[in-house]
Write a protein that binds this ligand. Structure first.
Ligand code: ZN
Length: 118
């Protein structure tokens, strides 16, 4: 009887089977500069340093060759296209945090507008 209980228990089954990787978008408070100075934005084929605008960066670049900033954040312009890259980076560089590109561009735009108007 105890053997049947073991097999039929879904909680135990969930522990045994490997859990698939899933991504959840979270919201965290940043100062724009704090984010921007350590951010790489990634387009179709290569990355750009958000700090100094140096282009043609490989996805696994840890430091900008131009301004020497350490990349802690990556924002993909097209997140759906780059899902396999995200999985690979999370595995190889678990310290990297993925930031929503639209959020970054919108807030950067707002700050620029403030600078012009203010
Ligand atoms: Zn740079």
């Amino acid at each position: 009887m105890s053997v049947f209980l073991w097999v039929d228990n879904p909680a135990i089954d969930a522990i045994i089977s490997p859990m698939p990787d899933r991504y959840f978008r979270i919201y965290k408070k940043f100062y724009l500069d704090e984010l921007k100075t350590h951010l790489m934005t990634y387009g179709a084929l290569s990355g750009t340093c958000a700090n100094c605008k140096h282009m043609d960066l490989k996805i696994d670049t840890l430091k900008c060759p131009e301004c020497n900033t350490e990349f802690k954040y990556i924002a993909f312009q097209n997140i759906k296209e780059h899902m396999p890259k995200m999985l690979k980076i999370s595995h190889e560089q678990p310290q990297i945090v993925f930031v929503d590109y639209e959020d970054f561009k919108r807030i950067e735009g707002e700050e620029k507008a403030k600078g012009i108007l203010g």
